[in-house]
Structure formats: C-alpha cells, structure tokens
Design a binder for this molecule. Sequence first.
Ligand code: SF4
Ligand code: SF4
Length: 368
Amino acid sequence: MYRLIATLYLGSYYLLRPGRDEGVQLPIAYMDELRRLAAVDGARVPGWLIDAARTQWGERLDGMSMADAVLVRPDSDYGYSRASYELNLGCNYDCEHCYLAVKKFEGLDLAGRRRLLEIMARAGVVYLQMTGGEPMVDPLFAETYELAHELGIMRTLSTNASRLWRPDVLELLTSKPVEKITISVYGGTAEGYDKVTKRRGSFDKFYRGVTAGVAAGLRMNLNLVVTGNNAHELDAMKALADGWGLPYHVYSNISPTIYGGDEVLVAQSPDHLRRRTPFTGCNAGHTFFHADPFGVASICKVGRDPSIPLMEEGVEGLRRLGGIADQLLGRQGGCTGCTLQKTCGTCMPLVTLYRKAKAPLATYCQHR
Ligand code: SF4
Ligand code: SF4
C-alpha cells in the first residue's frame, strides 16, 4: 500500500501524505516523471522524491518501489476536489435538533459503494468527508473507508465519537491515517448530553471515544452544539475541549430539516441565536458536491434539489451540477432585489429551507 499520493488538486499538482495537512507542489515535469515510472514494473522512486518526502514529512522512501511508495492519480477535468458522502442516515442517537429528520438505516451495498467512490475519484475528489447519520455505526464503514483509501481519496469523518474507542476503529484510522475527525458535542455533563441525544449512557461513550482518540494521536476538532436543553453546559463543553487540548467551534443556530421541516427548530436556544457573517459566495456544485446514501449528488447537504443520480448517470452526470448550483445560489423569491443582500449571512439554499419550514424571520433574515 502506498505512502504518498501524487494528484491534481484545484489546478495544480501535489504530493500529499494521508494524515498530514501540508503538501508539496509538483512541477508538471515531475508529475510526468512519476506517471512514466508508475507505468514501469518494478521501477524505483526517483532521488528527488526521496528527498522531498524526507524533508516534508520525515518519511523514508529510500530504495522503495514506486508501487509501494506513491499512488499516482490520473488527471480529472471535472474539477471537483472535495465531496461529502452520507454513508447511511441511521444513527445510534435521536438528537432533538438533528437536521436529517428521518434516520433510516439504508444505503448502497459494497459493490455500489465501490462504484460511487470510483466515480468520485474520476471526478477528481481528493478529500472526502464521510458522514451520516453516524458513519461508524454503518455496517460497511470500515470497508468504505478502506476503499476510499485504496483509490487515493483522503478521508475526514464527522462523528459522535461513540465508537471511537474501539480497537478495530483506532487501528483503521491510524494505519490508513484519517485527515481530521470532527466530533459533535451535545453537552458538558452526562445529564445535558444524554438529554439532547435521548440515549442514556451516550455521554460516557463520547467521553471514552474522544479520550481514546487523543491517546491515539488522532487529529480531532469539536463542534459544540448548543440547544435549549444544554445551553447552560456550554462552559462545561468548552472546559472538556480545553482539557483534551482540542480546538472547537460553537454551533448554535439550529437549521430546519433537509426536507424543510420545522420540528427541530424548537431545539433552538433563543439566547444563542447568532448573527451569521455575511455570505460572500461558495463553490458548492463547482469544486465540491454531496452524495446521499444512494449516490444521489447535490451541490451540498443543504441544497439537495435538483439532484443527479450518479449510479445511473455516472461521472458524466456531474457536468450538470455547476448549472444547478448557479440556479440555486442566485437570490430569488422574497430575496430578489433585497437591499440587505450584501450583509445577509444566509445563503439562498438555506433560506429556501427556512422558508419551507415557515421559520420565524429572526432565525435567518434581517427583515425581522
Ligand atoms: S449551505 Fe449554502 S454556504 Fe453551505 S455549502 Fe450549501 S450553498 Fe454553500
Ligand atoms: S436579508 Fe432576508 S430577504 Fe435579504 S437576502 Fe437575506 S434572507 Fe433574503
């Protein structure tokens, strides 16, 4: 199995090492040389690659074959560098604020996942966020993670950490290094946490998972989720993060469900409704996309309609996604001609969900 990946990423060539942020930009001539060598049986790594890997990551490639040292990815002209993939919407918790609403345990079989990941690789995806539901309770989580690794796609995970303590999971995430794990935190004590997840014992699992992840040296950051039921524990959540030495982000604006449902909005803590920073555009649908459990692609997790069934259309279907993004992101409906657009922090797909949910204006719009 390879140590490094040589790939096109946002228009330039890079040498990347799974589990590390920093890359080495490659001149085209060096990438061409790697391509030539990779096609020759038993070829050894060139001297410049040995030097670059040692200097950048302390990685020793001396005398190694190309096949063992570096995976050279073919170019893609689709221009997608990132994607997210909901393996399965099922979850072991039942959080009051969850934007998924219906958390069904269903998704592609292993052959389907291989095909979807191959489509993603052909689309140029270098970084894949594996999410759910809870991705680690998905029965094919490990196999899917390994398939992505095999294809030279680096993985990030969004998880509740309840299974992170398991030795098989830790072995997987360290032997095929994960880029980053983002962990949702639902409280600072068992009382608040378990109330939000509606699962007794969930705080203990989370605590055990994160502690094990820290001990294993995994790269993690925390998403502190504030709701009406745990807002009083925000300081305790921050103290947990500080105790583990992990960076955190406070998430306190509750969104409607992906179907535009309002049932989760009651979880909003009114005192923690934050004004969003002005929205200045995003590359959804152009450089990244989202895939649901059945390989249906959309511009992102919020703007899910129109969508493209990748399992039917293959990678070619993605050619339509940029146009869909332009259509979804343009201000429309009640936002057309709004004079406050420049200071509005809610992108159009999110506004559309809030409107569908008939949410109070104060939760998303400046015309409150
Ligand atoms: S929710 Fe809005 S800002 Fe976020 S990725 Fe989608 S379009 Fe972009
Ligand atoms: S302030 Fe309100 S009306 Fe104006 S663009 Fe934002 S959501 Fe739309």
